[in-house]
Design a protein around this ligand. Structure first.
Ligand code: DGP
Length: 117
């Protein structure tokens, strides 16, 4: 895993590797997680690489907002909005981040546990 800004998600944005894309705007891309942890598991990413929300600045505020709204739209599209769902972003080693391009996990289709393991 690298932290230099280009990751596997950059390759998905540039269509260099395949992904099941479920939602796209000029600034945001959403695609199915390759290793789903719930019946519906979609990753929502900014097309412009930001390592994590901890690396975002005030200049990224609109993009971060667009990301959250896109996650809610994906949940509606996936049919999980009514039953409820979870949006998660992992940050750094203890957060469990493995891909260093900011992403929101949208998980639903089953009851979620709390607290997470
Ligand atoms: P995180 O641990 O929060 O950094 O989550 C990274 C997620 O990315 C993990 O759930 C698996 C997913 N993932 C990793 N590589 C690929 C890939 O090449 N394609 C897709 N669709 N998902 C990937």
């Amino acid at each position: 895993m690298t932290q230099d800004g280009d990751t596997i998600f950059g390759k998905i944005v540039r269509r260099e590797i395949p992904a099941t894309i479920v939602y796209e705007t000029d600034t945001v891309l959403a695609f199915r997680d390759i290793s789903p942890a719930a019946p519906s598991h979609v990753l929502v990413i900014p097309k412009r690489p930001i390592v994590s929300v901890a690396h975002a600045t005030k200049d990224d505020a609109q993009l971060i907002g667009e990301l959250m709204l896109a996650a809610a739209e994906v949940a509606r599209q996936e049919g999980i909005a009514e039953g409820g769902y979870r949006i998660v972003t992992n940050i750094g080693q203890h957060g469990g981040q493995t891909v260093f391009h900011l992403h929101l996990h949208v998980l639903g289709g089953r009851p979620m546990e709390w607290p997470p393991g």
